[in-house]
Design a binder for this molecule. Sequence first.
Ligand code: G3P
Length: 221
Amino acid sequence: MKFYIDSAIIEEVSDIASWGILSGVTTNPSLIAKSGQDFRETIIKICDIVKGPVSAEVTAEDAPTMIKQGKEFANWHECVIVKLPITTEGLKACKALSHQGIPTNLTLCFSVNQALLCARAGAKYVSPFIGRLEDINEDGLRLIENIKEVFDKHNLKTEIIAASIRTPQHITASAKAGAHIATIPYKIFAPLVKHPLTDTGLEKFLQDWKSVCIEKTDNKC
Ligand code: G3P
C-alpha cells in the first residue's frame, strides 16, 4: 500500500516528502480553502515537490464544466489527477476525461455500487471515505474490503484510495483490506513512526556505546 498525504499545505507536503515514503497527494476544495493559498500555484508547487500523482478537485456541478476544469488542471502539470465527485455528472466527466487520457480520482465513495460505476467509467482511482462512514455508525473498512473483493473478482484495474482516515489503526486496517493507497492527514504520520520500545531501545544502545567510548584510552569511537 502506498502513502499519500491529504493536505494542501506546502510545508506539510515537503516535510513528509523528505521522509522518502510519500507517493502522492490528495487535495479537496476544503483543504485548498484551509491553506489560504492560490489553487493553481499550490497544485503546481505540490506536483514539483512530490513528482507523483496529485489530485485537484473540480468545483463545477455539470459535466461540460467539470470536463473544461479537468482539462485546464491537467495542463498545469503532468502529475495532476482530476478529482471528481460521484454524481451522474461526475461519471460523465470521468468517462470523457479518461477517454482523452486524463486520469481521474472519483471521490466521496460510500458504496460498492458507486465504486463499480467509477471503474466502468474509466476512473484511475476511487476514494472510499472510512471516517465519514464511521461517523454515521457504518463500517468504512468493510467497504474497502468489499470493493477490493468485487474489483478483483471482475478484474477491474481502478485503484482504491482509503480516504477520510482519522487514526493510525485505519492505516493498518486499510492495508489488510487491500487498499492500494491510503491518503493520510499530516498529523497522523508522526504516530506511525513512534513506538516506546524503539525509543527506550535506542536510548540503551546509545548509552552502552558511550560507556565503551569513555573506557577507551584513545577516546576514538
Ligand atoms: O480524503 C478525504 C478527506 O479529506 C476527508 O476527510 O476527515 O474530512 O472526513 P474527513
